[in-house]
Design a protein around this ligand. Structure first.
Ligand code: BGC
Length: 754
C-alpha cells in the first residue's frame, strides 16, 4: 500500500475494528482476543433468525437478479437469511451481491463467497491426482497459491479444497481430486495445498486480500465408497479409518485449514453429516479444530434417504447436534432450526457456538473492515492468467508427467524423440482436445485457453512434418476414422497416440466399472501397432487405467493425466526430451478391475502368495502384482541406489535413527529422482502393512553424479494402533526399504528395543 492516504485510512480502520493481531493477544483458541470480543458483541445483537442466516450457504447459480434456487432468494440475501454464497465470482458480480447484504441487512454482516477452486481458478493446473505425481509439495503449495491469488482477485474468500480423501479404488471418479492412495504422501500434499491457498508459507494472515480460506473435504472416508460407486456406503474398522483415511485431514487442519466439509457418505452406520464421532469427538475434541464445518451439497437432506431420520426437522437436529455449523444448499437449517430451538431439541447455545465459528472466520478474513476488499476489476484483470501463473502451470504440468514405460528399439530408447525426426503422426481423440486438458472440477477455467498436444507438438517441432488424425471418438464404437489414422501412421517415423478419458469421465458422479481405455481407442492402438512404426502412447485420464495389452505391447507409455492450461507444451517438452520426466505414481495402476482394491500398503495375510501353492492368497487368472506400482516412474536417465545404511543398527522405542543411502545417476543426462523410504514392522501385536511410506526426497543429479540422502525415522513414524487402539511403538525388527519405487528398493533391518 504505497498511497499515504490509503495507508492512513487502513491503519485507522484496523485500530477501530481491533483487527491488528499481535502475538501476545493470541488466545489459546488460535484466534485473537480482540476478534473474540467482537464476535461476542455482535452475537449479542443478533436475533435467532439472523443467527441462522449465518449458518446458511446458498448457491448463486450466477444470478441474483431474480429468484433462482428458490423463490425469494434475492430477498433472503437482503434480509440476512444467508451468510455465505457459492458459485458466484468475478469482482463485479460478488460486489453486487455483497452490496445487497451490506446495504439491506440490519447488522450489515458481510457475505462469505466460496467456490470449488480445486486445481486452478482461471489458470488450470494438473488435476490433483496428476499433480500429486510430482511428489513436490513446494509445487503443490505454489499452484494452490496461484489459484488463490486469481480466485481472491475475482471476489472469492473461500475454496472448497483441498480434497484430501484417500482413494484405493480407481473406479471412483473422484480419485482424480485427491492425492492418491497413501496417507503419508497425501498428508504432505494436503498440508502444502492448505499453506498455498492460505498463503501460510508467505506468512500471510487470512485478512490478506490474496488468500482464500481452505476447506478440507470430504470428512470423512468418502474415498472408500463401496465398489467405487460415488456416494456409496463406507464401512471400515476404526484402525483403517485412523491409520489410512484420517491422516490427510488432520495434516490439513494442523497446517492451518479453518474449515472442513462433511461428506455425503455414511461411515460405519452413521452419515458423516450427522456423525458426532467424526465432527465433534475427533475433529474438535481430539484434533482441537477451531474453524467451522460446512456440509456437502444438501447432505443434511440426504440423511433422509440414508434412512436415519424421518424428516427435515430430524435431519437438521441430527446435523447441528453432531457438529455441523453451516448448511450447504439444503435449506434445512434455514427452515428447521428456529422451530427446533423452540421445541428444545436444539439448544440456542449450540446455535451460538456455530455462529461464533462462522463470524470468527469472517472477522479473521477482514470482511468487516473491507467487505468490498475484493471488488477491484483492474486488479482482477491484472492478476488473472499472468505470464508468471502460466509458467507455474507449465512447471506443474511437466513435473506431473509419469514415464510409465520406455523400451529400446535397436539399442535406442523410443523416447525422447530424436531432434532430427522428420514425420510425426499424432493420432487419437485427445490429440487435439483443448477442453479435456482441464480435467474435472476445472473451476472457472476456459478450455479454449488450453494448449492441446497437437498445438504443443507443432510449436516444439516446427521443422517436422506433423500428420494429425483423430482416429476415433473417446467413447463410442465407430471405427470409420481408423483408416485415416493408419495412413498417417504409415507415413510417419513415429506415432504418438493420445488416448484416454474425457474430462467428464472422472470427478463427481463419474464412477466406472470398466477402467480400460474407453470406446474403440484400444482397437485403434492395436491397429497402429501393426504398422510396425514405433508407437508412443500418451494417456490422458483422471484415474488409474487398466491397460494390460498396451503395457505389454506398446513400447513407450507416458501418463499425462489432465495437465491443465499448458498441457500440450509440457507433453511436447517431455517427448522432445527438453524436460526429463520425473513423476512417480501416487496410486497403484492395476492390471484389471478385478484386482481392486489394490494398494501397495496391504497386509501379508496368513497365506501370502506362493505361485507354487494353490492354497495361498492369489487369483487363478491374474497375478497379484499391479501393472504399475505405487511410486513407479521412469526417467531418460537411470539411477542406482547403493549403500543403504543405518546410523545405528538398534534403537530404543523412544529414539530416532538416521537412514542413509547413495543415489547415483548412472545415465548420460541430468535427471530428478524421488527416493522413497518405506518401513515394515515385521512382528507386531497387530498385523502391519508390508510397506508403509515414511519419507521421500527429490534429488537432482547430473550424469554420473552421486548424492547421499538421509531420512530420519522417528518414534512417531514407528507408531501404530495396538489391540487396545493405543498408539505405541513396540520393540522388534523393522525392515527398512529405500528405492525409486515401492516395488524396487534396497532393504536392511533395524532393531527396536524397549
Ligand atoms: C461436491 C463438493 C463440492 C460441492 C460444491 C458437491 O457436489 O461433492 O466437493 O464442493 O458440491 O460445489
Amino acid at each position: 500500500m504505497r498511497h499515504p492516504i490509503l495507508l492512513l485510512a487502513f491503519l485507522s480502520a484496523m485500530l477501530l475494528f481491533g483487527a491488528c493481531s499481535s502475538p501476545e493477544k493470541r488466545s489459546t483458541t488460535g484466534t485473537n482476543d480482540a476478534i473474540e470480543q467482537r464476535v461476542d458483541s455482535l452475537l449479542a445483537l443478533m436475533t435467532l433468525e439472523e443467527k441462522i442466516g449465518q449458518l446458511t450457504l446458498y448457491s448463486s447459480d450466477f444470478d441474483v437478479t431474480g429468484p433462482t434456487m428458490r423463490s425469494g432468494y434475492l430477498d433472503d440475501v437482503k434480509s440476512g437469511k444467508v451468510g455465505a454464497i457459492f458459485n458466484a465470482f468475478t469482482a463485479a458480480f460478488t460486489t453486487k451481491i455483497q452490496k445487497l447484504a451490506i446495504e439491506n441487512t440490519r447488522l450489515k454482516i458481510p457475505l462469505l463467497f466460496g467456490y470449488d477452486v480445486i486445481h486452478g481458478f482461471k489458470t488450470a493446473f494438473p488435476v490433483p491426482l496428476g499433480e500429486a505425481a510430482s511428489w513436490d509439495t513446494a509445487l503443490c503449495a505454489r499452484s494452490a497459491r496461484v489459484a488463490a491469488v486469481e480466485a481472491a482477485a475475482a471476489g472469492l474468500h473461500w475454496t472448497f479444497a483441498p480434497m484430501v480423501d484417500i482413494a484405493r479404488d480407481p473406479r471412483w471418479g473422484r480419485i482424480t481430486e485427491g492425492a492418491g492412495e497413501d496417507p503419508h504422501l497425501g498428508s504432505a500434499i494436503a498440508a502444502a495445498r492448505v499453506r498455498g491457498f492460505q498463503g501460510i508459507n508467505e506468512g500471510k494472515t487470512l485478512a490478506a486480500n490474496d488468500v482464500v480460506l481452505a476447506c478440507v473435504k470430504h470428512f470423512a472416508a468418502y474415498g472408500a465408497a463401496e465398489a467405487g460407486r460415488d456416494y456409496n456406503t463406507t464401512d471400515m474398522s476404526d484402525r483403517v479409518l485412523r491409520e489410512i483415511y484420517l491422516p490427510p485431514y488432520k495434516a490439513a487442519i494442523d497446517a492451518g485449514a479453518l474449515s472442513v466439509m462433511s461428506a455425503f457418505n455414511e461411515l460405519n452406520g452413521v452419515p458423516a453429516t450427522g456423525n458426532q464421532y467424526l465432527l465433534t469427538d475427533i475433529l474438535r475434541n481430539e484434533w482441537k479444530f477451531k474453524g467451522f464445518v460446512v456440509t456437502d451439497y444438501t447432505s443434511i437432506n440426504e440423511m433422509i434417504p440414508h434412512n436415519v431420520v424421518a424428516d427435515s426437522a430430524e435431519a437438521g437436529e441430527l446435523a447441528i447436534n453432531a457438529g455441523v455449523d453451516m448448511d450447504m444448499q439444503g435449506g434445512i437449517f434455514q427452515f428447521q432450526l428456529a422451530k427446533l430451538v423452540k421445541q428444545g431439541r436444539v439448544s440456542e447455545s449450540t446455535i451460538n457456538e456455530a455462529v461464533r465459528r462462522v463470524l470468527r472466520l469472517k472477522f479473521m478474513l477482514g470482511l468487516f473492515e473491507a467487505p468490498y476488499g475484493r471488488s477491484d476489476t483492474t486488479r482482477e484483470r491484472e492478476r488473472t492468467m499472468t505470464p508468471e501463473h502460466l509458467e507455474v502451470s507449465l512447471d506443474a504440468a511437466r513435473k506431473s508427467i509419469v514415464l510409465l514405460k520406455n523400451d529400446s528399439l535397436k539399442g535406442n530408447a523410443i523416447l525422447p524423440l530424436a531432434s532430427t525426426i522428420k514425420t510425426i503422426a499424432i493420432v487419437g481423440p485427445l490429440a487435439d482436445s483443448k477442453r479435456d486438458m482441464l480435467g474435472a472440477w476445472a473451476g472457472a477455467c476456459d478450455g479454449n485457453k488450453c494448449i492441446s498436444l497437437l498445438e504443443g507438438m507443432k510449436k516444439r517441432f516446427p521443422q517436422a512434418n506433423i500428420l494429425y488424425a483423430k482416429g476415433c471418438n473417446i467413447n463410442d464404437d465407430s471405427t470409420n476414422a481408423f483408416n485415416a489414422a493408419l495412413q498417417a501412421a504409415s507415413k510417419a517415423d513415429v506415432v504418438i497416440a493420445a488416448l484416454g478419458e474425457t474430462s467428464e469421465m472422472s470427478g463427481e458422479a463419474a464412477s466406472r466399472s470398466n477402467i480400460g481405455i474407453p470406446g474403440v481407442q484400444e482397437d485403434l492402438l492395436k491397429k497402429l501397432a501393426t504398422t510396425g512404426k514405433p508407437v508412443v502412447l500418451v494417456l490422458m485420464n483422471g484415474r488409474p487405467l487398466a491397460i494390460p495389452w498396451a503395457a505389454q505391447n506398446i513400447p513407450a507409455i507416458v501418463e499425462a493425466w489432465f495437465l491443465g492450461t499448458r498441457a500440450g507444451d509440457a507433453i511436447a517438452e517431455v517427448l522432445a526430451g527438453d524436460y526429463n520426466p520425473s513423476g512417480k505414481l501416487p496410486v497403484t495402476f492395476p492390471r484389471s478391475v478385478g484386482q481392486i482394491p489394490l494398494y501397495y500398503n496391504h497386509k501379508n495375510t496368513g497365506r501370502p502368495i506362493n505361485p507354487k501353492d494353490k492354497y495361498t492368497s492369489k487369483y487363478l487368472d491374474i497375478q497379484n502384482t499391479p501393472q504399475f506400482a505405487f511410486g513407479h516412474g521412469l526417467s531418460y536417465t537411470t539411477f542406482a541406489y547403493s549403500a543403504l545404511r543405518l546410523e545405528k543398527s538398534s534403537i530404543k522405542t523412544s529414539e530416532q535413527v538416521r537412514v542413509s543411502i547413495d543415489v547415483q545417476n548412472t545415465g548420460t543426462r541430468e535427471g530428478v529422482e524421488t527416493a522413497q523410504f518405506y518401513i515394515r514392522d515385521l512382528v507386531a501385536s497387530v498385523p502391519r502393512p508390508v510397506q508403509e511410506l515414511r519419507g521421500f526426497q527429490k534429488v537432482v543429479l547430473k550424469a554420473g553424479e552421486t548424492k547421499t540422502l538421509t531420512f530420519t525415522l522417528t518414534p512417531e513414524d514407528l507408531m501404530f494402533y495396538n489391540r487396545q487402539m493405543k498408539r505405541v511403538v513396540e520393540p522388534g525388527d523393522i525392515k527398512i526399504m529405500v528405492g525409486g519405487s515401492s516395488d524396487n528398493t534396497l532393504t536392511t533391518t533395524l532393531k527396536v528395543t524397549q
